[in-house]
Write a protein that binds this ligand. Structure first.
Ligand code: NAD
Ligand code: IPM
Ligand code: MN
Length: 368
């Protein structure tokens, strides 16, 4: 049988730096676990703009649609801030999500024991934390029409539209309920039904999907602003949080700090299953291109490596190997390996991106 295919899009800033460590991990699984992938690499974001004048070439889009999974580093950076909106690096990523129809974005926030002291919150608030944010990814205010900057009288007006169809809410709700059944069986849905009609529809549809097909899952609803507060006050009350595109973007960055660093948070963006049962899928860290540390060898590669672990689990049915990789990372952290973003109260000397990669590979070797 042909090897599964991976399309790697390192992108900009620290994207290529952290992806280099993922490539080493992919090679390790090929060499030591007989899990060979056919890997192809291409450009996205500013790197694609520099080469082709567009943040995502049509050929790259085609490759992404054909690949069994796509791994992405990060896009964007100050060099591209003044480009025309239509060719900004972020448009490349949004096009991938939209055309691959990756409507369900899984953003797990887990606090590793070794990092429980590193959160900006008290240790007992975050120790043992394991929550999953399910963010709707292909609709809402990111994509709704009308949008744009228009002349209105003697001034301009900037418009974006929050828009959700019942079908869009229904399908992402199902993915959250399915996940909850494999976890602690609880979903908290967050919107602002108190001020937004799209929030009223969201709440109704989520409740209906629950009552008809997932009555065994515990469902609650919360206004998203309260949700943000509760995430910081008592995050362990949650299991799965289901929310829209924009609230999910913000709440997941907030959840990142519960784990110690944004450099720790992976994500999986999943679409409907193909004929072979594999979902269309893109895996990427939650963080961005981190221009403030790019090119300095300081970036934490763990979010990107953990995103590959999610690929092993959700695209390739290799849950045991995903756990092996997650446990290797847990061991590395327990042994005290820390990139600069993980300098907690005790201080110490940070290691580089490549040294963190070395440590992960040694821990993988030790797992055999
Ligand atoms: P950012 O996530 O790039 O950085 C925020 C802060 O976190 C910075 O201080 C950075 O140094 C730190 N950080 C992030 N990842 C880290 C890592 N792996 N290791 C250590 N520290 C890390 O967010 P930003 O600065 O608001 O955005 C920078 C650019 O990235 C923008 O162009 C933005 O649009 C883009 N962005 C892209 C993605 C993506 O590609 N998925 C996500 C978010 C932001
Ligand atoms: C993310 C990022 C993206 C988003 C940007 C870069 C398009 O912030 O993946 O969290 O807003 O979705
Ligand atoms: Mn974001």
């Amino acid at each position: 049988m042909a090897n599964p295919t991976l399309l790697i899009l390192p992108g900009d800033g620290i994207g290529p730096e952290v992806m280099d460590q993922v490539k080493r991990v992919i090679d390790w699984f090929g060499d030591k676990r007989g899990l060979a992938f056919d890997v192809e690499e291409d450009l996205v974001g500013g790197a694609a703009y520099d080469a082709h004048g567009t943040p995502l070439h049509d050929d790259t889009m085609k490759k992404a649609l054909k690949a069994d999974a796509v791994l992405l580093g990060a896009v964007g950076g100050p060099k591209y801030d003044n480009l025309d909106f239509s060719v900004k690096p972020e448009r490349g990523l949004l096009r991938l999500r939209k055309e691959m129809d990756l409507y369900s974005n899984l953003r797990p926030a887990q606090c590793f024991d070794a990092l429980a002291d590193f959160s900006s919150l008290k240790k007992d608030v975050v120790a043992g934390l394991d929550i999953m944010i399910v963010r709707e990814l292909t609709s809402g205010v990111y994509f709704g029409e009308p949008r744009g900057i228009f002349e209105e009288g003697n001034e301009r007006v900037g418009i974006n539209t929050q828009r959700y169809t019942e079908g869009e809410i229904d399908r992402v709700a199902r993915s959250a309920f399915e996940l909850a059944r494999r976890r602690n069986n609880k979903v908290c849905s967050m919107e602002k039904a108190n001020v937004m009609e799209s929030g009223i529809l969201w709440r109704e549809v989520v409740q209906k999907v629950h009552d008809e097909d997932y009555p065994d899952v515990e469902l609650s609803h919360m206004y998203a602003d309260n949700g943000a507060m509760q995430l910081v006050r008592a995050p362990k009350q949650f299991d799965v949080i289901l929310t829209d595109n924009l609230f999910g973007d913000i709440l997941s960055d907030c959840a990142a700090m519960l784990t110690g660093s944004l450099g720790m948070l992976p994500s999986a963006s999943l679409g409907a299953p193909n004929a072979d049962g594999r979902p269309k899928a893109l895996y990427e860290p939650v963080h961005g291109s981190a221009p403030d540390i790019a090119g300095q060898g300081k970036a934490n590669p763990i979010a990107c490596v953990l995103s590959f672990a999610m690929a092993l689990r959700y695209s390739f049915d290799q849950g045991d190997e995903a756990t092996r990789l997650e446990q290797a990372i847990e061991k590395v952290l327990a042994d005290g390996a820390r990139t600069a973003d993980l300098m907690g109260p005790e201080g110490g000397t940070p290691i580089s991106t490549v040294e963190m990669g070395d440590a992960i590979l040694s821990a993988l070797d030790a797992s055999l």
